[in-house]
Design a protein around this ligand. Structure first.
Ligand code: SF4
Length: 71
């Protein structure tokens, strides 16, 4: 699983970075920067990522299956 941001929705208030600081940072403008590493099913981090997704006030953050973004 991998975190993705819909930039057309994100308002840059940074709630996601507060909830998941190990995977999301804020840039100098307050917009999220996502860590590239995958999140494995069953890890506590994935549970926390789901919480961050649910907490995004504009539904800009989502978890996507990594295979959809294979290069
Ligand atoms: S919580 Fe949602 S709107 Fe706020 S910075 Fe994160 S992705 Fe953007």
């Amino acid at each position: 699983m991998r975190l993705e941001v819909d930039w057309t929705r994100c308002d840059g208030h940074g709630l996601c970075a507060q909830l998941l600081p190990e995977a999301i940072w804020l840039d100098e403008h307050g917009f999220p920067v996502l860590r590239e590493r995958e999140m494995g099913e069953g890890f506590a981090e994935l549970r926390d990522a789901r919480r961050a997704v649910a907490a995004c006030p504009v539904l800009a953050l989502r978890l996507e299956r990594s295979t959809a973004h294979a290069r």
